[in-house]
Design a protein around this ligand. Structure first.
Ligand code: TYD
Length: 137
């Protein structure tokens, strides 16, 4: 079963302003192939509503806050991201939705794959079937 996990990113607290960073071979448990970001989300909107067959990702709330609701086919987890020094690591085969975006929220997503619509599972019952067959392997 695939389990999401919070990564504690390095932080340099400094009276001049804080600094955090990500290095592929230290903080990120996969080879980085793509970075994208979600911003200007109108109040009340929900993103996601799908899973990935292969893609792993790390989500960071660079600014503001939002909730990531994760379903691994057995259990639901809610992560409220509101600090830019936490990364939420999501392995593949996790159904996710992202909601409750604050004003000016900025979600950075670091991905293990280039964009491919073929990697998306957008049908929840297909997702459940894939989780079941994955567990038999
Ligand atoms: P999608 O991942 O469905 O958004 P979310 O999960 O945040 O609701 O992406 C929306 C559209 O954006 C998708 O249909 C195609 C495009 N897109 C790209 O072209 N490249 C990308 O890297 C991503 C993430 C999306």
């Amino acid at each position: 079963m695939n389990i999401p996990k919070i990564l504690d990113l390095p932080k340099y607290l400094d009276p001049r302003g804080n600094l955090s960073f990500i290095e592929q071979n230290n903080q990120i448990p996969f080879e980085i192939k793509r970075i994208y970001w979600i911003y200007d989300v109108p109040g009340g909107e929900v993103r996601g509503g799908h899973a990935f067959k292969e893609q792993h990702e790390v989500i960071v709330a660079l600014s503001g806050s939002f909730d990531v609701i994760i379903d691994n086919g057995v259990q639901e987890y809610k992560f409220s991201l509101n600090r830019s020094y936490y990364g939420l690591y999501l392995p593949n085969l996790l159904w996710r939705r992202v909601e409750n975006f604050s004003t000016n929220a900025l979600a950075l997503v670091i991905s293990s794959t280039e964009y491919s619509e073929l990697d998306y599972i957008r049908d929840y019952s297909k997702f459940k079937d894939m989780v079941r067959s994955n567990e038999k392997v």
